[in-house]
Design a binder for this molecule. Structure first.
Ligand SMILES: C[S@@+](CC[C@H](N)C(=O)[O-])C[C@H]1O[C@@H](n2cnc3c(N)ncnc32)[C@H](O)[C@@H]1O
Length: 240
């Protein structure tokens, strides 16, 4: 059995619950998507027919946001979950030049699954499912699959550098959830559980931002930086 098949994401019901609630519990999701689109327009907007890769695409939200900005993009979406890819297919059915690959990150690292290079590789809330050694191997594969000058941008949860900061970051998330609860009438069970479920889920293997930025620099990425941060939620990346 592969690593992916041992994870919760291999269960359609788990994927469905994520899709149903993601807009509610992901901190500032809309703002993070705005930052992604601004980054794309600023660095790639004047080029035509960019090739993009959305890694751990889920229902295709990132590729969709980029296609709204630039509908001649050629997009590749990869996910280990056939159920998620089915939802991504539905979401993107109006767009041409979109291909879907059902593969795990481990397969991307070990085999030549992607078979082309990209102008930008994006990912959201997926890379933290690999441990640090896995992240480094994945970053190396991604570097190899970027055109010179191409970008990697990752929206993801990170591990705080100390226990004290971790406690506060989780409290920040809880405070954000509490405000959402008041504003949108979200049930207590969803909002009160989410942080424990995140911490208790062995599929979540976040590493510190510093370790991930250092790994990108060691591999050869330039202009490596954190582009956004709110507690454990971050956007970081670099250029080949
Ligand atoms: C939290 S969801 C994020 C989905 C989407 N990117 C978003 O932002 O809504 C994580 C996604 O990563 C996929 N995933 C998790 N572990 C994976 C692995 N080892 N290989 C490939 N995909 C994986 C899951 O199937 C799921 O679609």
């Amino acid at each position: 059995m592969t690593e992916f098949n041992k994870s919760n994401w291999a269960r359609a019901e788990f994927s469905r619950q994520y899709r149903d609630n993601a807009d509610i519990f992901i901190v500032e999701r809309e703002r993070m998507l705005d930052i992604l689109k601004s980054f794309y327009k600023h660095f790639l907007g004047d080029k035509r027919q960019n090739k993009i890769l959305d890694l751990g695409c889920g229902d295709g939200i990132l590729a969709h946001e980029l296609l709204k900005v630039d509908d001649v993009i050629s997009a590749t979406l990869v996910d280990g979950s056939a159920d998620m890819l089915g939802k991504a297919r539905e979401r993107l059915k109006g767009f041409k030049n979109v291909r879907f690959i059902n593969a795990s990150f481990q397969e991307i690292i070990e085999k030549d699954i992607l078979q082309q290079d990209f102008d930008i590789i994006v990912s959201s809330l997926a890379v933290h499912h690999l441990d640090m050694a896995g992240k480094i191997s994945l970053f190396r594969s991604l570097y190899a699959h970027l055109h010179p000058g191409g970008f990697f941008l990752n929206i993801d949860v990170i591990l705080a550098p100390s226990g004290g900061l971790e406690q506060w970051y989780l409290k920040l998330w809880q405070e954000w959830m509490d405000n959402r609860k008041a504003e949108f009438g979200i049930s207590d069970s969803l909002s009160d559980d989410i942080i424990h479920r995140y911490k208790d889920n062995k599929d979540n293997k976040p590493d510190t931002l510093d370790d991930q930025l250092d790994a990108l620099k060691d591999i050869g990425f330039q202009e490596v930086d954190c582009f956004y941060k709110y507690g454990i939620f971050s956007i970081y990346g670099g250029r080949k």
